[in-house]
Write a protein that binds this ligand. Structure first.
Ligand code: ZN
Length: 568
């Protein structure tokens, strides 16, 4: 846990929890707020193999929880009146932090956050890829509000991050949520969706909005340089906005401009933002996409190591799958999407533009491997439900259609609102990226469910399986890294990166975000064919001291909170 917070606790008083009523060896801790409740602990988690989130080897210990905090850690603890839960045979870790999540508005639709909670995730970090909850213009907010009211019967009452946090606090959610501010969202607010440089006045306004979001508790600035309108920012503009982070220690997180043929240049651009703005850099979902780029894994990692040695605080995150997920429109070049959906659809129909667009798309598909490297995940229009979960090549053959013609039909018929996964990464690189000391783990996915309003489509399995997959497939089966290292990547490492004080650690005074799982059994079950399956092997999960998973089942509790980073 962060030093500042520890000092606050110590300042609170001098009572050593454990000395009076908790027997055995305990770490000393300052007087916590809950002592006035007249109890030492509400809950005693007994005999688990404790991985404290620091990367240290585990020790068998008891963990006492009082209110929303960890009161004591040690062997042979006792606490009068506390409920005892036996964790023999289970590993106990800090709750997992999903450092690049797309759970933005989902918690208002279904606050249970089920596909994440059931993976042991206790904190989502959203506002990624340049897109965040606000700032939204009046029109944009009205548009989104209308869509959510119509589709889910949900009332969204905000247009910026401060309001979002406020409603989240009032409505409640199963897990905690932190958010970055999206450079694309900010650009959309000030400049719109057009491909043009921002004026000096516009840059000043954008900087003001970033400042405002940071004051409201954003935990960094994200960009999504393959997306409209984020992509229309040049290096200078990115540096200007990122420099608002200077002195906060919070990162500029980037979905880079390219993840395949121009990977090196894209990495260099991200590093340059860090160098020029003098801020930490987090490369989002680092990968070397397309078989002909697989060799770039090692050189890229070396480039990051070199940059670190030269003083750039660069790190990255990665999900444990060989396929990525994005909008189907991402097969089309950014210039074709300039100006937004309507202009994009018009260009597909324009005889002057269409051939150029087709050539670019075919080159992109060739780089992925084939049309079967593209699987449709969702379609905005129900009448295209037949395409969901299907590979474009196979589907085209079945329908006796040329694949590009099928793709156009899907784009136009769904007004560009369709999703895809693209298979284009190597297994070996995936393991390497996951295990490297600079890498942490993200799902790049949202809180979904197998039933209810968030159960539609054929989503990427990472929404359901990421964290158990790292611990089961990559740690236990492939042994790409020790379990304590993997747990550090899911807990202490992201907590520190985003300055989430008191999170990601099992230590007295830290928040009681905890997950107990069976290390011999934990596994993901979601596949690309059958993605909506919860993992196995997670016994319990607590958020702020309250069970959200108990004995393998979800509880009804909504103890999550908005998390704001610790400020200097
Ligand atoms: Zn992304």
């Amino acid at each position: 846990m962060a030093e500042i917070e520890r000092r606050d606790f110590v300042r609170g008083g001098a009572l050593a929890v454990g000395a009076a009523l908790l027997g055995g060896r305990v770490h000393p801790a300052g007087e916590p707020r809950w002592v006035s409740r007249g109890r030492d602990a509400d809950l005693l988690l007994r005999g688990g193999l404790v991985y404290d989130g620091s990367g240290a080897a585990p020790t068998e210990a008891d963990v006492a929880v009082a209110g929303d905090r960890i009161a004591a850690v040690g062997s042979g603890l006792a606490a009068a009146g506390a409920e005892t839960v036996d964790l023999a045979g289970l590993a106990l870790a800090p709750g997992f932090i999903d450092v690049h999540s797309h759970t933005d508005l989902e918690l208002f639709v279904d606050p249970k956050g089920e596909s994440k909670v059931r993976q042991g995730v206790t904190t989502e970090v959203t506002g990624q890829d340049g897109g965040s909850i606000g700032p939204w213009t009046g029109d944009r907010a009205a548009d989104i509000r209308e869509r959510y009211r119509e589709r889910y019967g949900v009332e969204l009452e905000f247009h910026d991050l401060a309001g979002f946090f406020g409603q989240l606090e009032r409505d409640g959610a199963a897990l905690n949520l932190a958010s970055m501010v999206g450079q694309g969202t900010v650009r959309g607010y000030v400049v719109g969706d057009d491909d043009r440089p921002a004026t000096a006045a516009e840059i000043a306004r954008m900087r003001g909005l970033v400042r405002e979001a940071l004051a409201a508790g954003a935990c960094g600035l994200s960009s999504g340089l393959e997306y409209v309108p984020s992509a229309f920012a040049d290096l200078e503009e990115l540096v200007a906005l990122a420099s608002e982070l200077r002195g906060t220690d919070l990162p500029y997180a980037s979905h880079m401009r390219n993840e395949d043929d121009q990977l090196f240049a894209a990495v260099e651009e991200a590093l340059n933002v860090g160098r020029l703005a003098e801020v930490p850099v987090q490369i989002s979902h680092l990968k070397a996409q397309g078989q002909r780029n697989w060799w770039k894994c090692e050189p890229v990692l070396q480039a990051l190591e070199r940059a670190r040695a030269d003083g750039v605080d660069v790190m990255y995150d990665r999900y444990p799958y060989v396929a990525y997920s994005t909008g189907l429109s991402n097969l089309f070049p950014v210039w074709a999407r300039d100006g937004g959906t309507e202009m994009f659809l018009a260009r597909l129909d324009d005889p002057d533009e269409a051939p150029r667009i087709e050539r670019a798309v075919r080159a992109k598909v060739a780089q992925l491997g084939s049309w079967d490297a593209v699987q449709v995940t969702s379609t905005g229009a129900e009448e295209f439900a037949w395409a969901r979960g299907r590979r474009l090549g196979q589907l085209a053959a079945e329908r006796r259609q040329e694949p590009y013609a099928l793709l156009l039909e899907l784009m136009i018929g769904n007004r560009s609102r369709a999703g895809m996964v693209g298979f284009g990464m190597s297994e070996e690189n995936t393991a390497r990226f996951l295990a490297h000391p600079l890498g942490m783990v993200c799902s790049d996915g949202s809180a979904l469910a197998i039933e209810g309003p968030l159960a539609s489509g054929s989503p990427h399995p990472r929404n359901f399986g990421t964290f158990p997959r790292v611990l089961g497939r990559y740690c236990r089966e492939q042994q790409v890294m020790p379990l304590e290292t993997a747990i550090h990547k899911l807990t202490g490492m992201p907590a520190r990166r985003l300055r989430l004080a008191g999170r990601g650690a099992i230590t007295p005074g830290a928040f009681a975000d905890l997950v107990a799982f069976d290390p011999d059994r934990i596994a993901d079950r979601a596949t690309f064919e059958q993605p909506r399956q919860y993992p196995v092997g997670i016994a319990h999960a607590l958020v702020n001291g309250v069970f959200v998973m108990r004995d393998g089942e979800r509880t009804a509790a909504l103890p999550g909170r908005p998390l704001r980073p610790e400020r200097h």
